[in-house]
Design a protein around this ligand. Structure first.
Ligand SMILES: Cc1ncc(COP(=O)(O)O)c(C=O)c1O
Length: 398
């Protein structure tokens, strides 16, 4: 082998293995972080699938900026467009027929920014208000306020919003952080709705209907756990809104990585094939696996919370899921923990080396905190172990 190539191959291999590096081993002293919703829970499933999701990309592949010049979203790869529409058809969680526009983004985070731009107008005398019902996903206020835009501004909890004129309401369904099934709350003239359906997948909630909202956001991060690929998509009814979103992404990043799009298309395609496989050697498909794992975790967490008597968790009643054809438990991606004694829940858990995201980040009080349910098995087991050492007493102290 030519020395230069040999070095290059070794360097590439070591770059991949360092990117894949396993987290340091957890010890009884380790601080464990449950503040972020990093979906490493699914890694073992994808490892089990081996090369079925691998792809080879040559040096001369995917070089142009353009993916589909004739399409309104000219940077959307046709393979991904097809895979997204097919998967929604298979799961039955959203209408993604050909009369809807699909806009791909670098994560649904970029699409959220694109929508704030698309829904606002430079001709309005003041920035359009952006609201969400508390507790809301903690990034909405930060993302809305970050650039101090003259087009839009964060206006807080939708329940207390009473200003006249146009507004944008973000409806997260099921909700992050508390898993609640939500509807718009403001319901006034001039309102524009963003439905963030990041968690409307069978492993988290029952699929009760094909969602048919004007604008729906989905993300590869939470659907399959591939957060690192940074792929999200919007399903949009209105051509003008889709066109403005595409313009935003054009100016923001001149499109979206084609490598990531093809990887997403491949993985979504494998999931659809597995869901449709009714042959004799049918294996557990990704959503069945995810549903089983999530409900096992919830059962264990509820058991520990019940035993220690210090916290409470929201209760969900099972609903009929059109995807699985049976009544399924809700197993949200986050546990919304409440301190029974009104203590600062986040601080209390930090004393036990558990980092969570406290309620004030979500527009409510500090007696609440949010715990990710999407961590690796090792971290989750350590969480259960530590939670079980926190004990309530009859006088309410711990
Ligand atoms: C409700 C909700 N929307 C959007 C996102 C961001 O997704 P993405 O990774 O596609 O940017 C998250 C991530 O936690 C989320 O919880």
């Amino acid at each position: 082998m030519v020395v230069g190539i040999d070095n290059a191959v070794t360097a590439t291999k070591s770059a991949i293995s360092s990117a894949k590096k396993t987290p340091p081993t957890l010890s009884s002293d380790s601080v464990i972080n449950f503040a972020r919703g990093d979906p490493t829970i699914y890694e073992s499933y994808w490892r089990k699938l081996g090369d079925r999701c691998s792809m080879v990309i040559s040096g001369n592949d995917l070089m142009s900026y353009f993916s589909d010049p004739g399409n309104l979203c000219w940077f959307l790869m046709p393979e991904l467009d097809h895979a997204i529409r097919r998967l929604h058809g298979v799961v039955g969680n959203a209408i993604a027929d050909d009369d809807r526009f699909i806009v791909v983004g670098t994560g649904s985070t970029q699409l959220f920014h694109a929508l704030l731009y698309a829904f606002s107008s430079p001709n309005e005398p003041e920035p359009i208000s952006v609201v969400a019902a508390a507790p809301f996903y903690s990034s909405y206020p930060e993302e809305t306020e970050f650039l101090r835009s003259g087009l839009y501004k964060w206006a807080g909890d939708a329940y207390s919003f009473n200003k006249d004129g146009p507004y944008i309401e973000v409806v997260t369904l099921p909700n992050n952080p508390d898993g609640a099934i939500r509807e718009a709350v403001v319901n006034r003239k001039g309102g524009k709705l963003i439905h963030d359906l990041a968690y409307y997948w069978p492993q988290y909630t029952s699929i009760t209907a094909r969602a048919d909202y004007d604008v729906m956001l989905f993300t590869f991060s939470k659907a399959t756990g591939h957060a690192g690929s940074r792929i999200g998509w919007a399903i949009v009814k209105d051509k003008e809104i889709a066109t403005k979103m595409v313009k935003f992404i054009e100016l923001n990043s001149i499109g979206v990585s084609k490598e990531s799009q093809l990887r997403a298309a491949k993985i979504l395609g494998v999931i659809s094939n597995d869901c449709l496989n009714s042959g004799p050697i049918k294996e557990e498909n990704f959503f069945e696996y995810g549903q089983r794992l999530m409900s096992e975790r919830w059962e264990k967490l509820r058991e520990v919370v019940k035993r220690n008597g210090v916290f409470s968790l929201p209760k969900y009643s099972p609903d009929y899921c059109n995807f699985s054809g049976e009544y399924t438990d809700y197993s949200p991606a986050f546990a919304w923990l409440k301190s029974k004694e009104g203590l600062n829940c986040d601080n209390l858990l930090r004393e036990h080396k558990i980092v969570t995201r406290g309620g004030t980040n979500f527009g409510v009080g500090s007696k609440y905190t949010r715990i990710s349910m999407l961590s690796s098995d090792d971290e989750f087991n350590l969480l259960l172990e530590r939670l079980s050492t926190i004990k309530g007493t009859p006088n309410g102290n711990y």
